[in-house]
Design a protein around this ligand. Structure first.
Ligand SMILES: *Cc1c(COP(=O)(O)O)cnc(C)c1O
Length: 397
């Protein structure tokens, strides 16, 4: 009898979550009722931000946020090569160009030294980005204070892709407070921290951006401030072009129920991360670094085996899977995707990102994971590091 498969991540659904959704199903509104605004208010409160606009995915939220920030043809957006493709695709939806800033190896986050260098060069060529999208990989915030200083100096806007980072904090403030950015985006896909099935949100302190985001979410329709005189009470105006990017009330009621457990969820994720760190402290592998001023939400437990060759990395990955442990790579660098290669990107442009993809992978971590299951993962990893010649004692010789 094989042991059960342990996935890298899994949602937690309680009876209370189910009742909350059922209650909405019995109510007059399946969509555009009270649950979406209630979820938005709660999200704003938890993150210490003035406005939240819920979307049917983080992908939609990123697209709408780029539009709200005025991104269009001729503009440039820069992001991290180590992210989900949506962080970059949002630029292409708007007809803008995309480019990447290589990462820092210990954290997997966009490298500030690299960013400074690239900005200096771009300024000389007159090719500065309009938007920078820092990605809080695994739920660990990028160095936002430093990035915000560069935004002041070079005049770009900051859109945080915090899809992994609901419940995280940076410099003592919650991620999503938008202290150092124009907009912060979250994802509520089931593998993320809290879920609405599909869903996302854009948070901002700027009421003008809030209004734009709401308009883009719903066809560019405005129901309050008209350009023409209202011919009657039935009237609404489409004043720009938008989309149907709305979240439903069924989804929002699930989100509202889930967000109540956010502190519990984050505590358990941090506890599991701490156990990984403790039990790997004597090994040749470790979790990515969590900088001192960050409290990660630990959406992912990304393991790094710095001395592994590409072949050792691959064999350990395959053997972990064969042991029933659902390791996963987050992420193969976006510029190496065939679609991005066709745009002109190629190997060698982002060497740290490439090195990352050949030395890192995500280990199982989710709130319902038992300590026993985690011990099984750790045991298998120690065994495989040994098997493939990566035990610490060998490395030290
Ligand atoms: C999941 C994810 C997205 C997209 O989220 P969806 O809600 O699935 O659209 C964007 N960026 C990052 C970094 C993600 O992990």
């Amino acid at each position: 009898m094989p042991e059960s498969f342990i996935p890298y991540g899994r949602q937690t659904i309680t009876e209370e979550d189910i009742s909350a959704v059922v209650e909405t199903l019995r109510s007059p509104f399946l969509t555009q009722g009270p649950a979406v605004p209630a979820f938005e208010r709660e999200l704003s409160r938890v993150c210490g931000c003035n406005h939240s606009v819920a979307f049917n995915s983080a992908t939609s939220a990123l697209h709408a946020s780029c539009l709200a920030l005025g991104l269009g043809p001729g503009d440039r957006l820069w992001t991290s090569p180590v992210s989900f493709v949506a962080s970059a695709n949002c630029a292409l939806y708007c007809g803008a160009e995309v480019d990447f800033v290589d990462i820092e190896s210990n954290t997997g986050l966009m490298d500030i030294v690299n960013l400074k260098q690239k900005l200096r060069e771009a300024k000389q060529k007159g090719k500065l980005p309009k938007i920078l999208v820092p990605v809080h990989l695994a739920g660990t915030s990028c160095p936002m204070r430093e990035i915000a200083e560069l935004a002041d100096e070079y005049g770009f806007k900051i859109l945080e892709d915090a899809s992994h980072a609901v419940g995280a904090s940076y410099g003592g403030s919650p991620v999503g407070s938008c202290q150092f950015s124009s907009i912060t985006v979250f994802s509520f896909h089931p593998v993320k921290i809290i879920t609405t099935g599909e869903g996302g949100a854009s948070l901002t302190n700027d009421p003008v951006l809030r209004n734009r985001l709401e308009s883009i979410r719903c066809h560019g329709i405005n129901r309050n401030n008209f350009e023409s005189e209202s011919p009657g009470p039935w009237y609404y105006e489409q004043q720009s072009i938008g989309y149907n990017y709305r979240l439903t009330d069924m989804q929002a009621s699930l989100g509202l129920s889930q967000i109540k457990r956010l502190p519990t969820i984050i505590n358990r994720r941090r506890e599991l991360a701490r156990r990984y760190r403790d039990k790997l402290s004597e090994s040749s592998a470790s979790l990515l670094k969590e900088p001192n001023n960050c409290e990660s939400s630990y959406h992912l437990a990304i393991l790094r085996i710095p001395h592994a060759t590409p072949n050792q990395h691959r064999l350990i990955f395959e053997d972990m899977r064969n042991e029933g442990i659902g390791v996963q790579l987050h992420y193969w660098p976006i510029p190496l995707q065939p679609y991005y290669r066709k745009l002109g990107f190629s190997e060698g442009q982002f060497p740290k990102a490439e090195q990352y993809a050949l030395t890192c992978f995500s280990m199982p971590l989710f709130p319902d994971m038992s300590n026993n299951d985690q011990d099984r993962v750790i045991h298998a990893l120690h065994k495989l590091l040994n098997k493939h010649g990566l035990s610490r004692s060998l490395e030290e010789n």
